[in-house]
Every structure is written in C-alpha cells, then in structure tokens.
Design a protein around this ligand. Structure first.
Ligand SMILES: [Cu+2]
Length: 196
C-alpha cells in the first residue's frame, strides 16, 4: 500500500516536470526551403550530346544510330542499352530525321516506331501507326518479319514536324509492355541529344 502511493506521487511529479519543460522549449524550426539543388538537377537533365545522334543545323537534319540489343539490359530488349523510358532522344522540331536501325539481339526480331507516349503499352498492338509519316520500320508488329536478329538493319526517314513528347517503341508482341521503349521528344526550342 505504501509502495504504491509513493509510485503515484513520483509519477505525478514526473508528468508535471515534463509539461513544464516542454513549454520552455523553443518552437519547432520552420521547414527548410526547397534546396537550390532541385533547380540545378533540372538544368543538368537537359539533353546531352552523344555519338549516336548527329545534328546538322544548316541542313536541318538529324541522324540517329539506334541499336536493339546492343547490351544485355532488359534481356536485350532495349534501344542503345536503354529500356522502360530510362532515356529520351531529343530532336529539334521541323528537322528531317534519318534513323538507322540495327538489331544486334542474337535471338529476337525487333522494330522501332515513333508512337504516342503512353503510361503503358499493350502486349499486342492492333494499330502501330507512327506519329510522323514513315517513322516506323517494316512489319513492325511481327515477331518473324520485323528487323532480323543477328545484325539486321533498316533505315527510316521522317520529318519531326510537330513538337511534343513521343516515344520510340518496339511494337513486336510483348516487347513494349516488357519495357522496350524510350522517350522521343521533338523540341520547339531546338534542343537535341539524350536525356537520361
Ligand atoms: Cu523488340
């Protein structure tokens, strides 16, 4: 009985002490302002020059050398090593684009087309109509007649006539849904290169 009473008294004292202490503490520091690093990162994410994209501003042309399966990333279902939208090719609006496509995957047929950017792509494309006339390889939706594995090539030409955010997609069944696509931006301000 005696022990219990002591404990209660002690508890009340501790409670009181805590309350008093709290009121003496300085008010919480205001949340820090957003770091300027965020702005720096946005600038750094501008397109970078790469050796597989060449731009001739005089002639208003862009040449893109795009290789399917150049690395084993994403089980070789990648473009120049990129998949799942990890990189975005940027070309200036109004330029004539030549895209030299090569398939170095030893096993699977691949293709490439400039399609609308989407949050996700279907396993099978009913319609793989490119955004720009000519901006897709032959038999692009076929797993047996697209660009052949083991070094098959095809060049396509088109004019990137309308600025916007599109994608380079492989419409062979199951490829895009498994990540075989990267971004393709047509820049109103004339930027070119790769964002990654
Ligand atoms: Cu593919």
């Amino acid at each position: 009985m005696m022990k219990r009473s002591t404990r209660l008294t002690l508890g009340a004292f501790v409670l009181f002490g805590c309350g008093g202490g709290e009121s003496d503490q300085p008010s919480p520091a205001p949340a820090p302002a957003p770091a300027p690093a965020a702005e720096a990162a946005a600038t750094a994410s501008g397109p970078m020059a790469v050796d597989w994209i060449s731009v001739d501003d005089g002639a208003r042309t862009v040449t893109i050398d795009l290789v399917a399966g150049s690395t084993d990333a994403n089980n070789r279902w990648n473009f120049n090593g990129y998949a799942n939208g990890e990189a975005t090719v940027v070309v200036p609006a109004g330029y004539a684009v030549t895209l030299n496509f090569e398939n170095r995957d030893p096993v699977n047929y691949h293709s490439v087309g400039v399609l609308e950017r989407a949050a996700s792509y279907p396993p099978i494309f009913d319609d793989a109509t490119p955004v720009f006339d000519g901006a897709i390889t032959t038999n692009a939706t076929s797993m047996t007649e697209a660009t052949a594995p083991g070094g098959g090539t095809e060049s396509i030409s088109f004019t990137a006539s309308t600025a916007g955010e599109y994608a380079l997609v492989c419409p062979v069944p199951a490829h895009a849904v498994t990540g075989m696509w990267i971004g393709f931006d047509v820049s109103e301000s004339g930027e070119s290169g790769v964002r990654s």
